[in-house]
Design a protein around this ligand. Structure first.
Ligand SMILES: NC(=O)c1ccc[n+]([C@@H]2O[C@H](COP(=O)([O-])OP(=O)(O)OC[C@H]3O[C@@H](n4cnc5c(N)ncnc54)[C@H](OP(=O)(O)O)[C@@H]3O)[C@@H](O)[C@H]2O)c1
Length: 198
């Protein structure tokens, strides 16, 4: 199976590439690194990527920037970034990428637990991932040729918690997170937003 992993050079994406690489022909895509590059904030860049890659069996997105901050911060930065990257970046990968997806292929996006479990200082991110959850459920109804779409709802990953000096005891390591993405590719379900659990 030919699989493109956008964000495939990041903490989570590297583990997805490693795991899928055991059975798939995997292309790791980063913004500045990887086998190929794309900027998901640009639809032209996404189109150029898929023109290079050609038909694929699976598309994974483990990218989409966001920053924390109070909901009423003076700066629009957190909202601009969440909308351009987390929301429209992933939405446009689907809008462009599904045309390159083979019959029966799958798309797996990245959502976040803050959509369902509110946490202070994440309003922009929560609004963004909430939009992704609604998008995935709706697109699943419209995709044809047995194509599927799902999202993995991430909580703080163990390595990130450790990097920020936070309590990582309840967190899942990226290597285990990657198995949830694999389930979305190998399963037969669609329209689901699946939480990462210990
Ligand atoms: N780590 C966590 O605890 C955690 C928790 C909840 C949600 N998430 C979300 O899960 C996703 C992956 O997290 P991560 O920790 O693995 O992130 P990461 O280590 O920062 O890696 C991000 C990956 O996305 C790529 N990327 C960034 N901006 C991009 C763009 N505009 N276009 C294309 N590729 C882009 C990066 O490429 P380059 O390296 O080449 O720039 C890199 O491959 C992110 O959306 C993040 O917000 C992470």
């Amino acid at each position: 199976m030919k699989t493109v992993v956008i964000g495939g050079t990041g903490l989570v994406g590297t583990e997805i590439v490693k795991l899928l690489g055991q059975d798939h022909d995997v292309i790791a895509v980063g913004r500045t690194s990887g086998d190929l590059q794309v900027d998901i904030e640009s639809k032209d860049s996404i189109k150029a990527l898929f023109e290079k890659v050609g038909p694929v069996d699976a598309i994974v997105v483990a990218a989409g920037d966001g920053v924390m901050g109070r909901f009423d911060d003076e700066s629009d930065h957190a909202y601009d970034l969440a909308l351009k990257s987390k929301v429209m970046g992933q939405v446009n990968v689907v809008r462009v990428g599904h045309k390159y997806l083979k019959t029966g292929g799958s798309i797996t996006l990245t959502s976040g637990s803050v959509a369902k479990n509110p946490m202070p200082n994440t309003a922009a991110i929560a609004a963004g991932v909430g939009a992704i959850d609604a998008f995935v459920a709706t697109v699943a109804l419209e995709l044809e040729e047995e194509k599927r779409i799902n999202a993995i709802s991430l909580s703080l990953v163990k390595e990130s918690a450790e990097k920020f000096g936070m309590d990582s005891s309840g967190c899942v390591p990226a290597s285990d997170v990657s198995k949830h993405y694999q389930d979305c590719i190998t399963g037969s379900f669609s329209g689901q937003v699946r939480p990462v659990k210990n």
